[in-house]
Write a protein that binds this ligand. Sequence first.
Ligand SMILES: [Zn+2]
Length: 330
Amino acid sequence: MAHPDSVTTAWIRAQPKAELHLHLEGSISPALALALAQKHGRSLPGMADGVDGVARQFVFGDFERFITVFLAVSDCLREEEDFCAAVVGLAEHLASQGVVAAQVTVTAMTHLRRGGSETALLSGLQRGRAEARRRFGVSIAYIFDIVCLFPEQAEPTLNVALRGREAGVVGLGLAGPEARSAPIPEFERVFERAAHEGLRCVPHAGEHGGADRIRACVERLHATRIGHGVRCLEDPTVVALLRDRGVALEVCPTSNVLLGVAPSLATHPLPALLREGLRITVASDDPALFGTDMLTELARCSEAFGWSRETVAAICADGIALAGVTSDAA
Ligand SMILES: [Zn+2]
């Protein structure tokens, strides 16, 4: 029988939580993705075999397939209703885990670049957010991210993010393959403006890229949180910088293992990050494609690292604080 103080999944579910690192396009269920693909006559890997075929493609195989599926799903989001349905579906799943607030990353330019309508995007997100709160009591906000391969999209992304504030956009992100990224200084001006306009600056860094990139994001891009950031441990001065400035890391353990950032959960650097006194939050990254969610991540970590209720409760409470909501208001 479980010890009364043990960290069970039911106990973690009961803790109010905020998820701060997940991508809308990677959160869509196979059933919704298939329905959207059929509605718009788009093709989706595995769709010839129905929802089971799509679901099989959603199981992580390798990075190539992950990107193919991610982009194919993105391509099915076309109309206001589609964005709304994606957010509402995600909110229902978040509520079932005891997640009361989420900051959801949306790659706006992927949709707009192929001629998608900005009005459909922003109205859909806004409606989805309202419905998420009304039906599931989940507070949703958005981060619009720049793909780091395309510095020319930085300015347009910021502009649409600013126009999207009423729709719930609260931050500017930076994501994509760090190894092939444009140099950080090319994004400096746009993040400067984002910070000045009151958006949170939350770039991904230190996942496939090294500690230097984390430093550059903190020192030059006004980062208040870092997506991933696990490779800060390669440079003690970067660890000190993060600690001194209270910059939190959004750690996504299953994503890291599947994408080869850490060889296994047992050897994941998360315990070392906590020992260094860093602020961390635990998240799923792309829940539908990595077969996980925030609750599962916390349960897996608790089991692998022997976390106490106190540790998990502190991580959950800090996540709520980082989301800028109170658990009763959320
Ligand atoms: Zn991410």
